[in-house]
Every structure is written in structure tokens, then in C-alpha cells.
Ligand binder design. Structure first.
Ligand SMILES: C[S@@+](CC[C@H](N)C(=O)[O-])C[C@H]1O[C@@H](n2cnc3c(N)ncnc32)[C@H](O)[C@@H]1O
Length: 294
């Protein structure tokens, strides 16, 4: 198993550079929080995915490759899964993990889904929390549709609104009491995690990208934001909306670190704490759609 680059891949965009240089190391550090939490949202729908033995499946923004590996099991040895991601470190991990698990029907490919994906090859396209970062979402969603065979199906999972996702929004509210909102020139991973939370807007995007039978289904799940309060604070200050405010504030954030940590400790201590860690509520949309048959 190895990675291939999509042939038509242009130079990395600033978002792709940001994923590789800034976010990937943080995602590795907090893999226990991220994969554990995100899995709650895919586990809920995996048994109902329109995938059958022998299918060819594309997993877009596959990250550490865990969903690609599960999809490889669903399609069986006669089927095949391709995971695509713009981040080298995630792909390297996914390749090693698939090898260690003896998975022979999954391969991984480096590519920017907004620029190009393989065309017309897949029965099913999947993305778990990979599409909200597209700077041009209709272009990315259209490339995903064009990757499908006529009549092929897709499912992508995105976060619902801030209010129903305190695991991401609460810490930002706390941090914002101390630091300014990042400016227009902030370095980011692309539009934020809530960029596809508006159902009507995403229905319009999906239709503009050429899909039909677009449906939204809500999934709610408590996620672990850390093994303990300290882990949860480090996670919040590294990744997500609070992490972005903290990172962009630079020196000012470091000067106020103690005050911010004290405020976050108070807020996190009010959450559900057990021996498993700190649990907070999260909520996603599972969006399903079809590529027209002709
Ligand atoms: C929040 S992570 C989710 C990863 C994985 N799907 C999961 O659920 O654990 C978003 C992923 O999308 C990838 N990504 C972001 N923009 C992308 C793009 N334009 N093309 C391909 N991958 C992208 C990132 O590198 C990252 O692995």
C-alpha cells in the first residue's frame, strides 16, 4: 500500500499547507479526543450506509484512515476503498495502520478534493467531518459527485450549529472574554467547523453541485473532550475555535494564559466528569444524496 498523488494536483493552497504544518501535529497529539469523538457520529450511521459487498468507495478527507478501514470491511475483499486526504502525515499513519491490520482492499491517495478527485469510478463517496473546510464548498462537493458512477450515492457528516455543539463552542466563548476575535488575515484550516451547519444553505449547495435526493438526518452524541480537566484544556487551546483565537492572539494569549486556564478550569469542571474523562454534547448532520443516473 502506498500513496499516489492525483495527477492534476496543483500546488498546495494555503489551507492545505496549514493542515500539513499546523493542524496535523496537533491532531496527532489529541488523536484520542478526535477519533474517539468523531467516531460516535459515524458509528450511529455506519450500519445504514448504502454500501454493499464489492462496491468501490471513496473516503474524502480520510484523516487517520479509520473510516476507510471500516468501509473496506463493509465492501469485503471483492470491493475496494480509496482514502484521499491533503495531509501527508495522516496518509502515512493510515497506510501503516491498514498494513498492521492486514487490510488489503484500502489504498490512500494525496489530493485536494477542491481541486480534483478521480472521476466516475465509485459506487459510494463518504466524508466524516471533511467537507466543512472547503473554501469553495460547491467545487469540492461537485468533485465528490463527479467521482461517483451515475446513480452512485454519497454521505457526508458535518457539525450542526454552535449552540448544540458546546464541546467546540463553549471554550471559545470563555477564551473570547480575554482575547480578540481573529482578524481577516488569520491563518486557518478554511471555513470553520460550523460552515455547513445551515440545512437550507447546504441543500442549495448540494443541488448546485448536481446532487439529487438530498436528505439531512440529525445525530446527537456526547463526546469526550479530554481524559481529565488538564487534557481537555490543552485540547481546547490547541484545536478548534478556541484554539484558533488563542493561536492568533500570539504573545497576548501567552501573557493571559494563567487567567484563561483558570476560567476554562471552572467551566470544564461544570461538565459531566467520570473516570472515562470529560463528556460534552455534540450534534451533527448526516447528509445523504445521489448522483443522477443520467
Ligand atoms: C476534521 S478532519 C476529519 C478526518 C477524518 N475524516 C475523521 O473523521 O477522523 C478533516 C480532514 O480533512 C482533510 N482535508 C481538509 N481539507 C481537505 C481538502 N481540500 N482535500 C482533502 N482533504 C482535506 C484534513 O487533512 C483532515 O484529515
Amino acid at each position: 500500500m502506498s500513496t499516489t498523488n492525483l495527477a492534476s494536483q496543483a500546488e498546495d493552497t494555503p489551507f492545505v499547507e496549514f493542515w500539513n504544518e499546523i493542524l496535523a501535529p496537533k491532531f496527532f497529539r489529541f488523536k484520542h479526543v478526535l477519533v474517539g469523538g468523531l467516531t460516535k457520529h459515524s458509528e450511529a450511521i455506519f450500519p445504514t450506509l448504502p454500501v454493499k459487498k464489492g462496491d468501490r468507495v471513496l473516503d474524502v478527507g480520510c484523516g487517520f484512515g479509520d473510516t476507510a478501514i471500516k468501509l473496506a470491511d463493509l465492501v469485503g475483499p471483492e470491493g475496494e476503498v480509496v482514502g484521499v486526504d491533503c495531509c501527508d502525515a495522516f496518509l502515512d499513519f493510515a497506510i501503516e495502520d491498514a498494513k498492521a491490520k492486514g487490510i488489503e482492499n484500502a489504498s490512500f491517495m494525496r489530493g485536494d478534493a477542491e481541486v480534483a478527485l478521480p472521476e466516475g469510478e465509485f459506487d459510494f463517496v463518504f466524508a466524516r467531518f471533511g467537507t466543512m473546510f472547503f473554501a469553495n464548498p460547491v467545487a469540492g462537493l461537485r468533485n465528490m459527485r463527479k467521482a461517483l458512477k451515475p446513480g452512485g450515492k454519497m454521505v457526508h457528516i458535518v457539525w450542526r450549529n454552535r449552540a448544540d455543539n458546546p464541546w467546540l463552542s463553549m471554550a471559545k466563548d470563555v477564551v473570547m472574554e480575554f482575547l480578540p476575535e481573529p482578524g481577516d488575515d488569520a491563518q486557518t484550516c478554511g471555513p470553520g467547523p460550523f460552515s455547513m451547519s445551515n440545512k437550507e444553505m447546504v441543500q442549495t449547495m448540494m443541488k448546485s453541485a448536481g446532487y439529487e435526493n438530498v436528505e439531512h438526518r440529525r445525530v446527537d452524541a456526547p463526546v469526550m473532550v479530554g481524559n481529565d480537566v488538564e487534557d481537555a484544556i490543552e485540547f481546547q487551546l490547541a484545536i478548534g475555535p478556541a484554539g484558533e483565537v488563542f493561536r492568533e492572539a500570539g504573545e497576548e494569549a501567552e501573557q493571559k494564559r494563567d487567567e484563561i486556564v483558570a476560567a476554562l478550569t471552572e467551566a470544564i469542571n461544570k461538565q459531566k466528569i467520570s473516570t472515562d474523562g470529560i463528556a460534552m454534547d455534540s450534534s451533527s448532520w448526516v447528509i445523504s444524496a445521489e448522483n443522477p443516473k443520467v
